[in-house]
Design a protein around this ligand. Structure first.
Ligand code: NAD
Length: 491
């Protein structure tokens, strides 16, 4: 799988995401020989840079963040095709200049009239840039060429805004040309959920309500909001993480087997399961949220959310969110899916844990067994990527003492090659035109449909729980589980 000739226009090339992820991923693709010879990269941003400035900044980003070793010859070749166009998103003249630059590059470097536009920009500009692409003629294509547009997350901030944005983008690009990024889907470990389920026979028979007690999907971060107050406040943990990453993980875990790994088949099954997801009736019992309080984390004094630069004292934006969901299907009826995400928690981990039902009868005496947990199959997305099966085992000795143990598969030990970064995979898929790892509009809207009532419920409340920095989240989240007779897995 090697990309065909094309120009990639990167909007927001001076931003954090471009520097840390996108430019290094493009270099890594070049280093792996996956980009075509005439590949050209046009950076667009507000800075008053020339091509040389752009190449220098990109060089530094690659040196610092690329996954693969630096090779002078690869860099030379890639940077020859790198150009910069300065401009504001609302300036038509800047887009005319961009159109001219892209066409010149296309003619001189033989990129076949194929253009991809990557919007790594503040979400409020997604529609402006789309309209500018149309007005400047950049979106028009001749018969044998293609246009693709990549839109970063979040795609809207509720169902209505997602539909409005979609209408604008669809006026310019057909659905098959639109690539909505959820970078979690580019992660090897996330794709491995499908491999685990459908390439094997031993898991599928127990992947249902007859064996599974409940499912926990967690994305915990140990960091705060950093300097991103402008982005984060008013958005919060549920919109930032549950609407996209965690609901996509739920979809992959719960969906039925697709007829093939084609885009249409995978996306259809994901949409089907998302359409069956239901919130419990009483949201005060099925949700929890909180904000991290000032405190100590790893021996360092950290500010609370309300003390962070740029956050108003009156903010009710949550930095922790937990939601209980149910799925109306024969496979999952009665099996709750608990989703949680938070910042400034005790450690960084993303995992999907299937927790199995308790053994119906224990022949071992209470005195011989420690408090046994339930069997669990844990798919770790990051860090320490791998899969763990947790089960009870006899402790060596003369008595029948039983204790929980782990059986582990670790990517790092089983495979010598390191996993490509999610953005490498996703950028390559855009350039090739293969979208199974990109949510289509239906999935985005279904996800907002699930989350909108939660946001409305929270908006009607003034109190947000505080939780300890470096801890495990608000007490209300533990209480939510306790009401169901369950506990969160220890972070
Ligand atoms: P950023 O604020 O660091 O960068 C935004 C870029 O847009 C900059 O290059 C800036 O110069 C440019 N820009 C802003 N306003 C402009 C204007 N009026 N005219 C021209 N250029 C303008 O943002 P980021 O962190 O790089 O994120 C980019 C996108 O990716 C966002 O949609 C964000 O939600 C998404 N995202 C970021 C991360 C991350 O880790 N940073 C993760 C997931 C998704």
């Amino acid at each position: 799988r090697v990309a065909g000739p094309c120009v990639l226009v990167l909007f927001g090339v001076t931003g954090d995401l471009s520097r840390k992820k996108l430019l290094p991923a493009i270099y890594d693709l070049a280093n792996r020989g996956l980009l075509p010879p005439g590949f050209s990269l046009v950076g667009f941003a507000r800075r008053d840079w020339d091509h040389q400035d752009f190449r220098q900044i990109a060089y530094e980003a690659v040196k610092e963040h690329a996954r693969t070793p630096f090779r002078e010859d690869v860099w030379e070749h890639l940077s020859e095709g790198m150009h910069f166009v300065p401009g504001e998103f609302n300036d038509p003249g800047a887009f005319d200049a961009l159109a001219m630059a892209v066409k010149e590059l296309d003619a001189s470097r033989g990129t076949g009239g194929n253009y991809a536009f990557y919007m790594s920009i503040p979400p409020k500009f997604f529609s402006t840039v789309t309209e500018q692409l149309q007005r400047s003629g950049l979106a028009d294509r001749s018969e044998n060429s293609w246009r693709r547009v990549v839109i970063e997350k979040p795609f809207g901030h509720d169902l209505k805004s997602a539909q409005e944005l979609n209408d604008i983008v669809h006026r310019v690009f057909p659905e098959e040309s639109i690539f909505r990024i959820d970078h979690y889907l580019g992660k090897e470990t996330v794709q491995n959920i499908l491999a685990l389920r459908f390439a094997n026979t031993m898991f599928e028979p127990i992947w249902n309500r007859y064996h599974v007690d409940h499912v926990q999907i967690t994305m915990a971060e140990d960091i705060g909001i950093g300097g991103r107050a402008g982005y984060y406040d008013g958005i919060g943990a549920a919109r930032d993480v549950i609407q996209n990453h965690l609901l996509q993980l739920l979809a992959l875990t719960a969906m039925e087997e697709p007829t093939s790994f084609s885009s249409e088949a995978v996306r259809a099954e994901k949409a089907k399961i998302l359409s069956q997801v239901r919130l419990p009736d009483d949201l005060s019992l099925a949700t929890a949220r909180g904000q991290y309080a000032a405190g100590w984390q790893g021996g360092v004094k950290v500010a609370g959310y309300l003390e962070e630069d740029g956050i108003p004292q009156s903010s009710t934006t949550e930095t922790y969110a937990a939601v209980k969901l149910e799925i109306d299907s024969r496979r999952w009826a009665g099996v709750p899916f608990y989703l949680r995400t938070g910042k400034r928690l005790s450690r960084r981990v993303t995992e999907v844990a299937m927790v199995f039902q308790k053994a119906p009868h224990q022949p071992f005496s209470q005195t011989d067994t420690e408090e046994l947990g339930q069997n669990a199959l844990v798919m770790r997305v990051q860090p320490d990527e791998g899969i763990t099966v947790r089960f009870g085992s006899k402790v060596p000795g003369t008595s029948m003492e039983i204790r929980d143990v782990n059986m582990d598969f670790a990517y790092g030990e089983s495979f010598t090659e390191s996993s490509p970064e999610a953005y490498e995979r996703l950028i390559l898929d855009v350039l090739i035109g293969d979208p199974p790892l990109f949510p289509r509009q239906e999935e985005v809207e279904l996800s907002w449909r699930i989350l909108d009532p939660v946001e409305e419920h929270w908006a009607s409340q003034t109190k947000v729980d505080q939780y300890k920095s470096g801890g495990y989240g608000p007490e209300s989240s533990d209480a939510m589980m306790a009401r169901d007779g369950r506990v969160w897995r220890r972070l």
